[in-house]
Structure formats: structure tokens, C-alpha cells
Design a protein around this ligand. Structure first.
Ligand SMILES: C[S@@+](CC[C@H](N)C(=O)[O-])C[C@H]1O[C@@H](n2cnc3c(N)ncnc32)[C@H](O)[C@@H]1O
Length: 230
């Protein structure tokens, strides 16, 4: 685990231009080394038959998932990562590949350049007992909710689904205690009493968990996990 954390630390440092090698390699890291380790650990614990990531971007989380699958001895071809644009991913793997991952071959990962709303889940989930979804794309105001598409179209096809949502931040007891939250932050209270803030998917996901009495686990200050079963 320590080796894994130091690898993620190097990766995030590299992504954020810590080494100041060239401006061109400097990107905003969506993850911290610890959040990468949380994602890695969730994959290791789940031992999924298929992994779907929604929101690749620069792919810090993509790499964390790939490392976990590699350490499980699972083929990377069981992993599909979806983004409207995949250019950042291709750039960042080039950035970290040779000097951090020793030319690790990320190419078997199935990168889907497509709006999640239009992806057909059936071929991806067909006959897969254990599904892991890492959801890191965000619902936008005045646009159809993609988290609702996940719930309505994908969940019914899963026998056992482990779902990870990034950017659900616990703000109990009162969001007023977090004066830095932007005005458009969504907040909702899970039936367990935990109150979350985040992007617009909070408005869809927490009420759905409440309606279905589904418990959740907080894996870190910005990552929640829950399970869906047939
Ligand atoms: C917060 S970033 C993902 C960060 C990434 N997981 C990481 O660890 O670096 C969100 C990504 O979701 C993508 N996205 C937003 N809406 C989407 C949609 N409807 N379908 C596919 N991708 C979408 C955006 O293009 C963006 O790259």
C-alpha cells in the first residue's frame, strides 16, 4: 500500500507540475494521492468483473483503477472509461507513463469518447455478476441529469453493483459551517442523518438512496460508496 501511495503521490505531483519540467505537462489534478488510494482500495475490495468510469478527464482515477486491476491480476480490457473528450487522457498517460509507470501499457483500457447519456449499458454489463462504477462526471444545471440515467437505465441491469460517487462532501451538521461553498452547491441529507454538499447529482442521488433505503459508506472526505442489488 505504501508503494502504491508513493506512486500516486508522484503521479499527482507530476500532473500538477510539481517538478516544473514544462508548462505543457501541468494539469489540474482532480484527485489527491489519498483519493487515488481510496479508489484503488475500493476496486481491490470489490474484485469486480467489469469497471465503468464516467468522467475520465486527465485520468488520475483511471490510473488508480488500472493499477488495482493490474494488482488483482485482472485484464485491463474489462475497464471502460467514458468521457465526451478523451484528449486529456491520451496526453496525461504520455506525461506519466515512462517516468512513473515504467511504460505500463494502458492501451487495453476501453476509452469511450461519448456522452454518457447515449451509452448503451447492455453490452457492457451483460452477464457481469460484480459491477463497479466510478462516477466522476457532474450533472449541470438546466441539462438532463446523467446520474438519473445511471439510476434508471444502468442499475436495473446490475446483479451486484458497487457505486462510487466522487465529490460528495460530508457537511454535517450544517452547510452554514462551510462558508466557502459556492452559491450553486447542492446539499441533501441522507436518511442516516449525514448531510452532503456537492454538484447537482446530489439532488438526484441522495433522494433516490433515501427512497430505496440504501445505506452508504464514506470512503473519504469526497468519496461515497453504496451497493445496488437485483
Ligand atoms: C471531474 S472530471 C473527471 C476527473 C477524473 N475522474 C480524474 O480523476 O482526473 C469530469 C469529466 O466528466 C466529463 N463529463 C461531463 N459530462 C459528461 C457526460 N455527459 N458524458 C461523458 N463525460 C462527461 C467531463 O468532460 C470531464 O472530463
Amino acid at each position: 500500500m505504501l508503494d502504491t501511495l508513493s506512486t500516486f503521490t508522484k503521479m499527482i505531483d507530476r500532473f500538477s507540475g510539481h517538478f516544473q519540467r514544462t508548462r505543457a505537462t501541468e494539469v489540474y489534478p482532480n484527485q489527491s494521492p489519498l483519493s487515488c488510494l481510496d479508489i484503488y482500495g475500493a476496486v481491490i475490495n470489490t474484485q469486480p468483473d467489469v469497471v465503468i468510469e464516467v468522467g475520465t478527464s486527465h485520468g488520475a482515477s483511471t490510473i488508480a483503477i488500472a493499477m488495482a486491476l493490474h494488482d488483482l491480476g485482472a485484464p485491463l480490457s474489462m475497464f471502460t472509461t467514458i468521457d465526451i473528450h478523451q484528449g486529456l487522457w491520451h496526453g496525461s498517460t504520455r506525461t506519466v507513463q515512462s517516468d512513473i509507470f515504467d511504460a505500463f501499457d494502458f492501451s487495453p483500457i476501453h476509452t469511450l469518447e461519448q456522452d454518457f447519456a447515449t451509452v448503451n449499458p447492455e453490452p457492457l454489463l451483460y452477464c457481469k455478476p460484480e459491477v463497479l462504477v466510478f462516477f466522476d462526471a457532474h450533472d449541470q444545471p438546466n441539462q438532463p441529469s446523467i446520474s438519473k440515467i445511471l439510476i434508471d437505465n444502468w442499475f436495473p441491469l446490475m446483479n451486484n453493483g458497487t457505486i462510487l460517487f466522487h465529490d460528495f462532501t460530508l457537511v454535517l451538521p450544517d452547510p452554514a459551517n462551510f462558508p466557502g461553498l459556492p452559491d450553486n452547491t447542492s446539499t441533501a441529507t441522507h436518511f442516516s442523518g449525514k448531510q452532503f454538499a456537492g454538484f447537482k447529482e446530489i439532488d438526484t442521488v441522495i433522494p433516490w438512496l433515501n427512497d430505496n433505503k440504501i445505506a452508504l459508506t464514506i470512503l473519504s472526505d469526497s468519496l461515497i460508496k453504496f451497493e445496488v442489488k437485483k
